[in-house]
Write a protein that binds this ligand. Sequence first.
Ligand SMILES: [Zn+2]
Ligand SMILES: [Zn+2]
Ligand SMILES: [Zn+2]
Length: 144
Amino acid sequence: MTKETPLDLLRAKGYKITPQRRAVLQAFASCPPFPTAQQLCEEVRKQQPDVSLDTIYRNLSLLTELDIVHEIFRSSGNVYELADATHHHHHLVCTECGHTECIDVCPMTDAYEQEAAKKGFAITGHIFEFYGLCQKCQQKLHKK
Ligand SMILES: [Zn+2]
Ligand SMILES: [Zn+2]
Ligand SMILES: [Zn+2]
């Protein structure tokens, strides 16, 4: 079985593949890992020069809502990656330089679901990032 592309996912969820949505998803391939909305916008503008950053944000927020794109919260500006439904994971974010890396652990446990259930709440998703210092930034701080 071939892997579903983000475009397949979008279609499967009942959304039209507009030229903008297609361009945003394709922009991930030409951007460095974890692009900002601004970087994605610059990439999309190569094909659609009139596209506004607002439009990019609107498309990203829809794609994030649909779990096709994963938004990673950073104080210096959020970044994005294409989500992989078969590979649930979280991120390490450096608070100094913004370096972002995937980490293959999930801190979610049944305990949270049980606590939520006591309040009659059904958890359907979670966001969890680890904030700290990357190796380079730790070394820099030691030298000071
Ligand atoms: Zn760093
Ligand atoms: Zn990741
Ligand atoms: Zn998780």
